[in-house]
Design a protein around this ligand. Structure first.
Ligand SMILES: NC(=O)c1ccc[n+]([C@@H]2O[C@H](COP(=O)([O-])OP(=O)(O)OC[C@H]3O[C@@H](n4cnc5c(N)ncnc54)[C@H](OP(=O)(O)O)[C@@H]3O)[C@@H](O)[C@H]2O)c1
Length: 318
């Protein structure tokens, strides 16, 4: 199969096309013939070696954790999905080597969900990692519910865009940070108020909207943004970061609950997300499709941190 791989950690020039043996599914696994993947910040973080102490890595290393395509083989004991099913999946495995910048990926059947009818592979590829992250942060960790108020940082990004929609669908009121040129986009996703973090201190805007603090903050930026977010959570509320571990000293002093969430693959949860897509309660982010041959450029654009929605890589892209 064709794949995009690196032979050592380093810059975007390390990414090159290679021919690799087709992987075979073992018991309980399925093989997906990948049509499209999407670019996530973790892809270039892995390429640069930032996560090498967190997971075992092996070379040649194929990056990529999102996949949309067709099941073309199943291992022993797998009844569903069947060969021919159109599926999507968040494909992180315990060892980082065989990712989704490839024509095939093998994953446990439990990672996979069927793509709703009418949703194309490029749109589907933009969804699993970001939607599962938003779901696990907002609902599994922060227990967000109707009538609550949530501040979602980086609403124009992959995770932020999903978080706005999922929170709104759950009956919460959503405030979000985004540059002005992205305000129509994030308001269209369901945010009640967009705050241009480059023009104003977002703390002042949030304090005006929720003087007693919001129930939940979802931090998708880290650093100074996280540092300024603690004081915006009401006492008893929750701060969840997907970028770094919050400072326990500060959260204890403020009487708020806080934690770092690292997304895990979950096909059953992804199937619930698929149902929301089918019902129109959730829609795919804005996407731009590039051919796999432009993976290095796509990673560098993602690394510059201002892509709206998602960049998607497809084998059939023009
Ligand atoms: N822990 C996990 O499981 C997990 C899962 C997914 C992602 N992550 C991490 O979460 C972060 C976000 O991921 P992502 O996929 O959503 O990234 P992304 O799609 O690349 O985010 C890009 C967006 O970030 C916005 N942005 C940049 N700087 C900002 C700031 N200071 N304040 C507010 N918005 C800002 C940009 O909007 P503007 O142009 O409007 O600024 C842009 O649309 C990354 O660090 C990623 O590695 C962690």
């Amino acid at each position: 199969m064709r794949a995009i791989a690196i032979d050592a950690f380093g810059g975007p020039e390390r990414l090159h096309e290679v021919e690799l043996p087709d992987p075979e599914p073992g018991p309980g696994e399925v093989r997906i013939r990948i049509a499209c993947t999407s670019v996530n910040p973790v892809d270039w973080k892995i390429r640069e070696g930032w996560l090498k102490d967190l997971f075992p890595h092996r070379f040649p290393l194929v990056p990529g954790w999102d996949a949309a395509g067709t099941v073309d083989r199943v291992g022993e004991g797998v009844e569903r999905p069947a060969p021919g099913a159109r599926v999507f999946a968040y494909c992180r495995k315990p060892e980082v080597q065989w990712g989704t910048y490839a024509e095939h990926v093998v994953v446990p059947a439990g990672y996979v969900a069927e793509i709703p009818q009418g949703l194309g592979f490029p749109e589907a590829a933009a969804i699993p990692l970001t939607a599962l992250t938003a779901w696990q942060a907002l609902f599994d960790f922060a227990d967000l519910g109707p009538g609550q108020r949530v501040l979602v940082h980086a609403g124009a990004g992959g995770v932020g865009g999903m978080a706005i929609q999922l929170a709104r669908h759950a009956g919460a009121t959503v405030y979000t940070t985004a540059r002005r040129e992205n305000h129509d986009y994030v308001l269209g996703l369901g945010a009640e108020r967009a705050i241009d973090y480059t023009e104003t201190d977002f703390r002042e805007a949030v304090r005006e909207l929720a003087p007693e603090g919001v129930d939940v903050v979802l931090d998708a930026v880290g650093g100074e943004t996280l540092a300024r977010s603690y004081e915006l959570v009401r006492r008893g509320g929750t701060l969840v970061s997907i970028v770094e571990e919050p400072d326990a000293g500060r959260t204890d002093a403020l009487g708020i609950r806080a934690g770092f969430v690292f997304v895990r693959p979950d096909g059953a949860q992804l199937a619930r997300i698929a149902r929301l897509l089918e019902e129109g309660a959730l829609r795919p982010p804005q996407i731009e499709v590039l051919p796999f041959a432009r993976a290095a450029e796509a990673q560098e654009r993602n690394r510059a941190r201002h892509v709206r929605g998602k960049l998607v890589l497809c084998w059939e892209a023009g």
